[in-house]
Design a protein. Structure first.
Length: 319
């Protein structure tokens, strides 16, 4: 996956401040950027997508952004925008509240309402944009939860922060399907974090958070033949019992989920014209199957046909 880049390095030093402000204005539909009166400025952004979730690494000198009520457009797609500093700090202001966050914390705001974000020192931030309707459709009332600090005391919000950071680091090597799964995991963890912040967090919420971490780990390690319940428990620093409890509502448990994801990944590869030159064995091994007889047997059991027959029919359908 290729990141989209923007940098002031491409323009003359005397033009960088204006270039940055104009670029922010165009990219974010009228968002105003103020550089605290500085004329010497440099900044860069690198953006990746995980499905409909957008992750951006921002590095820049001090600046602040502002969206006034007159600039809010009802026609724009609404996002919950998360600010998670790696270096520096950020002040998020919305709904009459102001929250300052540092590198072990994050805060969010609603892009469909007026807001201000201050970055009074040089910063390196992770900015994550989650479609607002993906969270509000789950019954979360956003207004009381914007411009609040999350993650500093651990819990689900800390898991969400680690997941977002890991996702940005690993996305360049992921397939679009894997990236979509990671975006779904981020959305779910943001939702759980907001439930926890609203005082609705329960043991059920914690189990859901662990289940999303498990699913993300499976997505990232699908091609590892050693992926197992024990390996996941070790990687996530939890017990087998916790893993089984987290997947209690899943019909086939953790092992069944891994198998389904692997079979689905192989099936998508058989459907993909770009992978026609790859052998069935190569594809199966690439998604963690080490025994071809076992792969053929479980593929037939789940899809009703042998892998070779499925691929032949898929190729004929494309032709």
């Amino acid at each position: 996956m290729q990141a989209s880049q923007m940098s002031t390095d491409q323009v003359a030093p005397r033009e960088r401040a204006g270039f940055w402000s104009d670029w922010i204005n165009r990219l974010f539909c009228g968002l105003k950027s103020d550089l605290y009166g500085d004329t010497d400025f440099n900044g860069r952004m690198s953006t990746l997508r995980a499905g409909d979730v957008v992750l951006t690494r921002l590095e820049s000198q001090r600046h602040r952004v502002l969206r006034s009520p007159s600039q809010v457009r009802a026609s724009e797609q609404g996002y919950l925008k998360i600010v998670a500093p790696w270096v520096g700090c950020a002040g998020v202001e919305q709904q009459g509240r102001e929250a300052w966050v540092t590198p072990d914390q994050w805060s969010l705001y609603d892009t469909t309402d007026s807001y201000a974000v201050a970055n009074p020192v040089r910063v390196e931030h992770l900015i994550v944009m989650v479609p607002k309707d993906r969270v509000t459709e789950r019954g979360v009332h956003i207004d009381p939860l914007v411009a609040r600090r999350l993650g500093g005391t651990g819990g689900v919000a800390r898991i969400a922060l680690e997941t977002m950071r890991n996702a940005y680091r690993e996305l360049p090597g992921m397939s679009p399907q894997a990236a979509q799964g990671v975006g779904d995991a981020i959305t779910q963890l943001v939702h759980l974090s907001l439930l926890d912040l609203a005082g609705i967090g329960t043991a059920t919420t914690q189990r859901e958070a662990l289940r999303e971490r498990i699913k993300q780990h499976v997505t990232q390690h699908l091609g590892d033949p050693a992926l197992s319940v024990d390996a996941i428990a070790l990687a996530l620093n939890c017990s087998r019992r916790q893993l089984y409890n987290a997947f209690a509502e899943e019909p086939d448990g953790v092992a069944g989920y891994i198998l389904r994801r692997r079979l689905e990944a192989c099936r998508r590869s058989f459907d993909d014209r770009a992978q026609d030159r790859r052998s069935i064995t190569d594809i199966a091994i690439g998604f963690g199957f080490s025994n071809m007889a076992h792969f053929s047997r479980v593929f037939r059991a789940h899809l009703g046909v042998a892998p070779s027959d499925y691929r032949r029919v898929a190729g004929a359908a494309r032709a």
